[in-house]
Write a protein that binds this ligand. Structure first.
Ligand code: MG
Length: 254
């Protein structure tokens, strides 16, 4: 079911969004060669809890009922697209690091992701990262009352197509509110259906995932990490937004 949020509820969501944005900024400041992804996760969890929030990913059920997600951040490296599990592996110069963060404050969710490069990226990788961010912004700009979900999808897909990137299809954006994943789904490609009409009060997570190769993705043996099948590099950006009478407002910002 799609729920429309009141002005007051959107203000609540903004608190969760701000906390998530702070976490991503903090992670970026800690992202250096030699640092373990588990360290980044600890820093993130401490900040979420200090801010009065709860990490929304921790304990989230996955495809294997015996393996809920064990951490507060998803950290996906190089050919990993999303849902990477933090651990003892150390960050290295030259890696593409996608960080997804989620927090619950007062019962409301915030969800955002960003891709970083450790060091100076080669032009093709810089392009992938910048284009994925630009596609997210194009999707947000299309989130206007009167438009439909497919207008967001088309805006995102067109940016990917302009560069010939793979657009991940297995994972999509989503509604967000008292649940991390609510209706409607927000695909990053045209589905041939217009989808729900966009109205003020709708809150969405818009999250393109692009690759330098194919869109084919698979889940690794840890039952969580999603990686490209062809080994190509991937990038992922996400903001949670609210549709208002004045247009889209980004919630996951400081
Ligand atoms: Mg999300």
């Amino acid at each position: 079911m799609v729920t429309r949020k009141s002005r007051r509820e959107i203000e609540q969501m903004r608190r969760a969004g701000r906390l998530v944005a702070e976490v991503l900024a903090l992670v970026e400041s800690e992202l250096k060669p030699g640092v373990s992804t588990a360290h980044l996760d600890r820093v993130a969890e401490a900040h979420i809890r200090k801010g009065g929030g709860t990490p929304s990913f921790k304990g989230y059920p996955g495809i294997n009922p015996r393996r809920p997600f064990p951490a507060s951040l998803c950290i996906s490296i190089d050919d990993e697209i999303v849902n990477g599990i933090p651990g003892e592996r150390a960050i290295r110069e030259g890696q593409v690091i996608s960080v997804d963060a989620g927090a619950i404050v007062g019962g409301w969710h915030g969800d955002a992701a960003q891709t970083f490069f450790v060091g100076e990226p080669p032009p093709a990788v810089r392009d992938l990262i910048e284009t994925t961010r630009a596609a997210m912004m194009a999707g947000i700009a299309a989130a206007l009352p009167g438009n439909h979900i497919d207008d967001i999808s088309a805006a995102v897909e067109d940016v990917a197509k302009s560069r010939g990137y793979g657009v991940i299809r297995q994972f999509v954006g989503h509604g967000i509110g008292t649940q991390m994943h609510e209706e409607p789904q927000v695909p990053n490609y045209r589905t041939g259906r217009r989808g729900r009409k966009l109205e003020p009060g709708l809150c969405l997570a818009i999250e393109p995932m692009f690759t330098l190769g194919s869109y084919e993705a698979h889940v690794l043996d840890d039952d969580w990490t999603v990686a490209t099948v062809d080994g190509s590099l991937a990038a992922h950006f996400e903001h949670s937004i609210a549709l208002t009478d004045n247009g889209p407002e980004i919630l996951t910002t400081v």
